[in-house]
Ligand binder design. Sequence first.
Ligand SMILES: [Zn+2]
Length: 86
Amino acid sequence: MASCQSCGITIMSKDEFGKEKNGALKLDYCRYCYDKGAFIEPEMTFELMVEKVASAMKTNKNVSDEAARESATRLLGGLKRWQARH
Ligand SMILES: [Zn+2]
């Protein structure tokens, strides 16, 4: 089991991994973030991803905006895609 190093979701099966141009699996990222050797949303910033993940969290649980954003920030802060931003 792995988690996507861009959005933090748990990748449960092989076809959820992103792919390189040659079709090889990209084990760092999920297919919603990465396909054909590139990020699907190259303009994505850490802040935008936090918003996206936070709103996904809110649909699952009854959490406040603030709590969702806080857990999203914590989750995403440890991921490879966002490490280089510092
Ligand atoms: Zn992802």
